[in-house]
Design a protein. Structure first.
Ligand SMILES: [Zn+2]
Length: 188
Protein backbone atom coordinates (compact mmCIF):
# COMPACT_ATOMS: atom_id res chain seq x y z
CA UNK A 1 0.00 0.00 0.00
CA UNK A 2 1.28 3.46 -0.88
CA UNK A 3 1.91 5.67 2.11
CA UNK A 4 -0.26 8.68 2.74
CA UNK A 5 2.90 10.80 2.91
CA UNK A 6 3.91 10.03 -0.68
CA UNK A 7 0.50 11.17 -1.93
CA UNK A 8 0.25 14.42 -0.01
CA UNK A 9 2.34 17.29 -1.46
CA UNK A 10 2.52 18.93 1.98
CA UNK A 11 4.91 16.23 3.14
CA UNK A 12 8.54 15.55 2.39
CA UNK A 13 8.73 12.11 0.79
CA UNK A 14 12.05 11.30 2.47
CA UNK A 15 11.44 12.14 6.13
CA UNK A 16 7.61 12.13 5.98
CA UNK A 17 7.45 15.37 7.93
CA UNK A 18 5.51 18.40 6.75
CA UNK A 19 7.84 20.20 4.34
CA UNK A 20 8.08 23.19 6.66
CA UNK A 21 9.37 20.83 9.37
CA UNK A 22 11.61 18.66 7.13
CA UNK A 23 14.43 17.07 9.13
CA UNK A 24 16.32 15.51 6.21
CA UNK A 25 19.33 17.78 6.75
CA UNK A 26 19.63 16.40 10.29
CA UNK A 27 19.52 12.74 9.31
CA UNK A 28 23.02 11.27 9.44
CA UNK A 29 22.87 7.57 8.52
CA UNK A 30 25.26 5.24 10.30
CA UNK A 31 26.53 1.73 9.89
CA UNK A 32 24.73 -0.81 12.07
CA UNK A 33 25.81 -3.97 10.25
CA UNK A 34 26.58 -5.62 13.59
CA UNK A 35 22.89 -5.44 14.45
CA UNK A 36 20.53 -5.22 11.45
CA UNK A 37 17.25 -3.79 12.68
CA UNK A 38 13.74 -4.50 11.42
CA UNK A 39 10.89 -2.14 12.23
CA UNK A 40 7.55 -3.96 12.37
CA UNK A 41 4.95 -1.24 12.15
CA UNK A 42 1.23 -1.16 12.86
CA UNK A 43 -0.69 0.02 9.74
CA UNK A 44 -2.08 3.02 11.67
CA UNK A 45 1.36 4.05 12.88
CA UNK A 46 2.55 4.45 9.29
CA UNK A 47 0.14 7.36 8.87
CA UNK A 48 1.22 9.22 12.01
CA UNK A 49 3.57 12.06 11.24
CA UNK A 50 5.04 11.97 14.76
CA UNK A 51 6.04 8.35 14.51
CA UNK A 52 9.81 7.93 14.85
CA UNK A 53 10.33 4.46 13.39
CA UNK A 54 10.48 5.73 9.79
CA UNK A 55 13.19 8.25 10.73
CA UNK A 56 15.10 5.63 12.70
CA UNK A 57 14.91 3.38 9.63
CA UNK A 58 16.38 6.20 7.53
CA UNK A 59 19.29 6.54 9.97
CA UNK A 60 20.15 2.84 10.17
CA UNK A 61 21.92 1.68 7.03
CA UNK A 62 21.01 -1.94 7.73
CA UNK A 63 17.32 -1.83 8.49
CA UNK A 64 13.94 -2.69 7.07
CA UNK A 65 10.53 -1.09 7.52
CA UNK A 66 7.68 -3.58 7.36
CA UNK A 67 3.99 -3.06 7.84
CA UNK A 68 2.11 -5.62 9.93
CA UNK A 69 -0.12 -7.71 7.69
CA UNK A 70 1.53 -6.54 4.46
CA UNK A 71 5.11 -7.78 4.62
CA UNK A 72 6.84 -11.07 5.22
CA UNK A 73 8.79 -11.43 8.45
CA UNK A 74 12.55 -10.90 8.32
CA UNK A 75 14.82 -13.87 8.93
CA UNK A 76 17.84 -14.38 11.13
CA UNK A 77 18.66 -14.94 14.75
CA UNK A 78 16.36 -12.18 15.93
CA UNK A 79 15.22 -10.73 19.24
CA UNK A 80 12.27 -8.44 19.91
CA UNK A 81 12.94 -5.23 21.84
CA UNK A 82 9.85 -4.71 23.96
CA UNK A 83 9.34 -4.05 27.68
CA UNK A 84 7.01 -6.95 28.38
CA UNK A 85 6.92 -8.72 31.73
CA UNK A 86 8.95 -11.65 30.44
CA UNK A 87 11.62 -9.58 28.66
CA UNK A 88 15.23 -10.42 29.56
CA UNK A 89 18.16 -8.00 29.64
CA UNK A 90 19.65 -8.12 26.14
CA UNK A 91 23.02 -9.44 27.34
CA UNK A 92 21.34 -12.68 28.44
CA UNK A 93 19.96 -13.48 24.97
CA UNK A 94 21.98 -14.55 21.91
CA UNK A 95 20.84 -12.64 18.81
CA UNK A 96 22.34 -10.91 15.83
CA UNK A 97 19.35 -8.99 14.52
CA UNK A 98 16.75 -6.79 16.15
CA UNK A 99 12.99 -6.45 15.70
CA UNK A 100 11.27 -3.32 17.00
CA UNK A 101 7.49 -2.97 16.94
CA UNK A 102 5.95 0.45 16.45
CA UNK A 103 2.48 1.64 17.29
CA UNK A 104 0.69 2.67 20.44
CA UNK A 105 1.30 0.53 23.50
CA UNK A 106 -2.01 -1.29 22.98
CA UNK A 107 -1.43 -1.75 19.25
CA UNK A 108 2.00 -3.20 19.88
CA UNK A 109 0.77 -5.62 22.50
CA UNK A 110 -2.04 -6.75 20.20
CA UNK A 111 0.35 -7.23 17.27
CA UNK A 112 2.69 -9.33 19.38
CA UNK A 113 -0.20 -11.41 20.68
CA UNK A 114 -1.64 -12.21 17.25
CA UNK A 115 1.50 -12.47 15.09
CA UNK A 116 3.19 -15.88 15.33
CA UNK A 117 6.48 -14.44 14.06
CA UNK A 118 6.61 -11.81 16.82
CA UNK A 119 5.35 -14.22 19.44
CA UNK A 120 8.11 -16.69 18.61
CA UNK A 121 10.94 -14.22 19.26
CA UNK A 122 12.81 -13.91 22.55
CA UNK A 123 11.94 -10.56 24.09
CA UNK A 124 14.72 -8.32 25.30
CA UNK A 125 14.96 -5.09 27.23
CA UNK A 126 17.64 -2.74 28.54
CA UNK A 127 20.19 -3.23 31.26
CA UNK A 128 19.22 0.15 32.74
CA UNK A 129 15.99 2.14 32.99
CA UNK A 130 15.54 5.26 30.84
CA UNK A 131 13.06 8.08 30.76
CA UNK A 132 11.53 9.04 27.42
CA UNK A 133 12.27 12.60 26.30
CA UNK A 134 10.17 12.84 23.15
CA UNK A 135 7.60 15.56 23.72
CA UNK A 136 5.54 15.27 20.55
CA UNK A 137 3.75 12.07 21.46
CA UNK A 138 1.72 11.70 24.60
CA UNK A 139 2.12 8.27 26.07
CA UNK A 140 -0.32 6.61 28.44
CA UNK A 141 2.76 5.25 30.17
CA UNK A 142 4.78 8.09 31.68
CA UNK A 143 8.43 7.94 30.75
CA UNK A 144 7.88 5.47 27.89
CA UNK A 145 10.50 5.66 25.17
CA UNK A 146 9.68 6.45 21.57
CA UNK A 147 11.03 4.02 19.01
CA UNK A 148 14.07 6.07 18.02
CA UNK A 149 15.06 6.51 21.67
CA UNK A 150 14.61 2.83 22.42
CA UNK A 151 16.87 1.76 19.56
CA UNK A 152 19.38 4.51 20.38
CA UNK A 153 19.71 3.41 24.00
CA UNK A 154 20.08 -0.22 23.02
CA UNK A 155 22.85 0.55 20.52
CA UNK A 156 24.66 2.62 23.14
CA UNK A 157 24.37 -0.12 25.75
CA UNK A 158 25.73 -2.59 23.20
CA UNK A 159 28.74 -0.38 22.55
CA UNK A 160 27.77 1.30 19.28
CA UNK A 161 28.30 4.97 20.05
CA UNK A 162 26.43 5.93 16.86
CA UNK A 163 23.30 5.29 18.90
CA UNK A 164 23.66 8.94 19.91
CA UNK A 165 22.51 9.89 16.39
CA UNK A 166 19.08 8.49 17.27
CA UNK A 167 18.93 10.39 20.54
CA UNK A 168 20.08 13.55 18.75
CA UNK A 169 17.29 13.03 16.24
CA UNK A 170 14.76 13.08 19.09
CA UNK A 171 16.35 16.31 20.34
CA UNK A 172 15.94 17.79 16.86
CA UNK A 173 12.29 16.74 16.74
CA UNK A 174 11.72 18.25 20.18
CA UNK A 175 13.34 21.53 19.11
CA UNK A 176 11.08 21.68 16.04
CA UNK A 177 8.06 20.93 18.17
CA UNK A 178 8.92 23.70 20.64
CA UNK A 179 9.51 26.13 17.77
CA UNK A 180 6.13 25.45 16.17
CA UNK A 181 4.34 25.47 19.51
CA UNK A 182 5.86 28.86 20.34
CA UNK A 183 4.54 30.51 17.20
CA UNK A 184 1.15 32.24 17.28
CA UNK A 185 -1.63 30.14 15.77
CA UNK A 186 -2.13 30.87 12.11
CA UNK A 187 1.47 31.78 11.40
CA UNK A 188 2.69 28.23 10.99
ZN1 LIG B 1 12.50 15.75 4.68
Amino acid sequence: MVSYFSQNPRYCIECRKAKKACVCADLIPFNNDQLPTHFWVHPKERERSRSTSWLAHKLLEHSSYRIDGEHQPPTGNLALLFPSENALPWSQVPFDGLVVVDGTWDECRAMIRKTPFLKSLPTITFEQPYLGQYIARRSPRPGALCTAEAVGHLFLEMGNSDGTHLLNLVETLNARERFFLSRPAGLT
